[in-house]
Design a protein around this ligand. Structure first.
Ligand code: FRU
Length: 326
């Protein structure tokens, strides 16, 4: 409410240049719109761990009450996050993790579960038989190392499935496009490509198309964003065989931050679930996600109306005051 205490939250985001991060920021802002006393300072590290370290120091100098961080890479970021935590500033880790238990709360998906679910889905999709190529995110990021190790170990239950190659796609299509063709030409036996996110999965599809392999090679991604360039649409269009939902947790991160700041009870681990999106459920999921988008739009319109009414009321009070005073 309006009598809420003022807080400043610093958000050290590993990158803010893609749709998934933008969706995270939007859901944070939607939640923050109910708390006008809370200020969010967002710093975009552009996938650069050294820059992220400098930005965390800047946030500390600005005097934040709480830090939200998505660590670009686990190892280089860990000591500073421990330092912030040890100084008594609450730390919420989102999406990617550090190598340490010194943090106040984690909000996000379980990337081991993502990797495991992907492995089981791929195993069944290929009827327990075939050749898989994996495209990873930046391997030193926890989301990539966890997705990779859990994927590979889940596939151990399928002795008929072989991982023919693992390519580092550094999370982006622009790195997949030049790196993948040689690997795919060396492994024409590839039946399926599992990419650690939908942007790289799209890159994989485009490379397959260039090589005339798009009907042979199945594509599976991660993220499952809604919207015209999101994974749900690519599954709907048959470009991907499937994708795994990876919720951003923006709203949950802000809610957890407020509980911590107000000294209310909170959970240390806030794990958001996943789900395979494929031809069996894409239709209903698309309808549901469109509904949510339109409801968010309504909430926004209602907030604007309330603000307008408040302005009107305030100016009427002023008029009454002037009339009363004369
Ligand atoms: C967004 C992103 C997502 C991925 C996540 C992993 O920047 O690359 O596509 O699921 O980061 O941390």
């Amino acid at each position: 409410g309006p009598n809420e205490k003022q807080y400043t939250i610093g958000f050290a985001q590993c990158t803010n240049g893609d749709e998934w991060r933008k969706a995270m920021q939007e859901s944070m802002e939607k939640e923050l719109s109910f708390h006008p006393g809370v200020r969010l300072i967002l710093k975009d590290a552009h996938d650069d761990s050294q820059l992220q370290i400098r930005q965390i120091r800047e946030l500390m100098d600005e005097g934040i009450d709480l830090l939200i961080i998505s660590p670009n890479e686990a190892e280089p970021i860990t000591p500073l996050v421990e330092e912030v935590f040890n100084r008594g500033i609450p730390v919420i880790i989102v999406d990617r993790r550090t190598n340490s238990k010194l943090y106040t709360s984690y909000v996000g998906g379980d990337n081991l579960q993502i990797g495991r679910t992907a492995g089981q889905y791929v195993g069944e999709l290929l009827h327990k038989q075939g050749n898989v190529l994996e495209i990873t995110g930046t391997p030193s990021a926890s989301a990539a190392s966890e997705r990779h190790s859990a994927f590979v170990s889940a596939l151990k239950a399928y002795p008929g499935i072989r991982v023919v190659a693992t390519v580092n796609g550094d999370w982006e299509r622009k790195y997949v496009m030049p790196r993948l063709p040689a690997v795919l030409k060396a492994h024409p036996e590839t039946d399926l490509i599992f990419a650690h996110n939908d942007r790289m999965a799209l890159g994989a599809y485009l490379v397959c198309k260039e090589l005339g392999l798009e009907h042979r090679v199945k594509i599976v991604g991660v993220d499952g964003l809604s919207g015209a360039s999101g994974g749900i649409q690519f599954v709907q269009d048959g470009v991907f065989a499937g994708t795994l939902l990876y919720p951003t947790g923006g709203e949950e991160a802000i809610r957890t931050a407020l509980k911590i700041l107000r000294k209310e009870p909170y959970e240390k681990e806030n794990i958001l679930g996943t789900l395979v999106i494929d031809s069996t459920n894409v239709h209903i999921l698309k309808q549901q996600s469109e509904k949510i988008v339109s409801q968010q739009h309504d909430i926004h319109r209602q907030q604007e109306r309330i603000q307008e009414q408040t302005r009107l009321y305030t100016s009427q009070q002023t008029v009454l005051y002037i009339v009363g005073a004369s």
